[in-house]
Design a protein around this ligand. Structure first.
Ligand SMILES: NC(=O)c1ccc[n+]([C@@H]2O[C@H](COP(=O)([O-])OP(=O)(O)OC[C@H]3O[C@@H](n4cnc5c(N)ncnc54)[C@H](O)[C@@H]3O)[C@@H](O)[C@H]2O)c1
Length: 351
């Protein structure tokens, strides 16, 4: 039986709903308030999730001692300022990624987290995903030899469930998809390869005229240990959705197909395949039970951090280096060159 924490949700949109739904379903929190600048949405969340109250301004709730955990699920340009307010008021935080819209704020974000006695978990949700964790285990066990190449695509055709074009337009006012979503995948490759990204480059294009910035990107990543990878992303009315992941080693490769992307009619389990030879016949096939965005796993992890002073599943340095990677990759694209990333240790000492 875990302690019942007082929780406030700030940002009642697409991802805020996923956070609060899981906590509500598991009945292991008192939802003190739901907050959104749009009062109607805040009110409807309060009613759906039986929050004690709702509001358009989060600040009064930070003064309430019953509030112990704040979930920041607002737009990216607000994450840093809200985090700072939460830590000032002694609240533990689950904060959506990306942590900021620029490197200066990101450094300050990390510094505040490191100096605070409160616990902060940034939503790099793939770290909680059982399929990703399984693949990491297999790579660590040497099942595909040495990891040499990682191919990752995460593109959304606007209009698919939960992804209306106007939501993407608003997200892209803060950062392009490469930065917004790329932090997950810069993190995955460094986590899997256990080596830092040392150089980035890429290409970019604006494929929808009304997109507020380039809305299609490919980022190339070079890691210190020789592993290489790319990440392709687009949010558009003009490209197809794709979620292919391929982890290639010196002895074989592993593919991951998320449950929602399977075309064989089985949509409740991810499929992990390991190939050592014939690419039409996987040598290992696993239908793997996983939750794509395990928000409850993340919530439990924050509680473990609070109660046991645990480091947490997502180290804050990994959050920072992932963010820095995508920001520099976008810079490399804009400058039309390859950018070398300073030594990770040196870079974190400067935070
Ligand atoms: N971890 C993930 O996998 C994941 C997935 C999707 C989105 N995100 C991130 O979550 C954030 C929100 O994205 P979304 O898709 O839920 O957007 P959304 O538009 O669906 O919802 C955002 C909500 O926040 C509210 N809001 C904005 N500023 C506010 C403020 N200052 N105070 C209170 N409410 C405020 C908006 O009114 C809106 O209802 C973005 O940073 C995005 O990158 C993360």
């Amino acid at each position: 039986m875990i302690k019942t924490y007082g929780v406030v949700l700030i940002g009642c949109g697409h991802i805020g709903e996923q956070h609060i739904q899981e906590i509500y379903d598991k009945h292991e929190a008192t939802i003190i308030a739901t907050v959104d600048t749009n009062e109607k949405i805040a009110k409807s969340f309060a009613s759906r999730f039986e929050a004690e109250s709702y509001g358009t301004d989060y600040r009064p709730y930070l003064k309430d001692p019953r509030v112990e955990i704040v979930i920041i699920a607002t737009y990216t340009d607000t994450h840093f300022a809200i985090l700072r307010d939460c830590l000032l008021h002694g609240k533990h935080v689950i904060c959506e990624k990306p942590i900021a819209t620029n490197l200066d704020d990101a450094r300050e974000f990390v510094r505040l987290v490191k100096e605070s006695h409160c616990k902060v978990s940034v939503s790099h949700v793939l770290r909680y995903n059982r399929s990703y964790r399984k693949i990491k285990e297999m790579i660590d066990a040497g099942e595909i030899g040495e990891l040499r190449m990682v191919r990752m695509n995460q593109s959304h055709h606007a209009g698919e469930e939960g992804h209306p074009w106007d939501r993407f337009i608003r997200l892209m006012q803060d950062c392009p998809p490469l930065i917004d979503c790329g932090v997950h995948y810069a993190d995955v490759i460094q986590w899997f390869a256990e080596s830092p990204i040392v150089a980035v480059s890429g290409i970019s294009s604006k494929v929808d005229e009304d997109a507020p910035c380039d809305n299609y990107q490919v980022m190339l990543m070079e890691l210190a240990n020789g592993c290489r990878g790319y990440y392709e992303v687009g949010w558009s009315n003009n490209i197809s959705s794709n979620n292919d992941k391929d982890f290639i080693g010196t002895k074989g490769h592993i593919t991951l197909t998320m449950a929602q992307n399977r075309t064989d009619g089985i949509n409740d389990k991810d499929r992990i395949c390991v190939y050592y030879g014939d690419e039409r016949k996987p040598d290992v096939i696993m239908d793997y039970d996983s939750v794509y965005k395990d928000m409850y796993g993340q919530y439990l992890n924050l509680i473990d951090m609070i109660e046991n002073d645990a480091e947490g599943v997502v180290p804050i340095d990994a959050v920072y280096t992932s963010f820095r990677t995508v920001v520099l990759a976008y810079e490399a694209i804009k400058q039309g060159k390859r950018i070398l990333i300073p030594d990770e240790h040196e870079l974190l000492e400067n935070v």
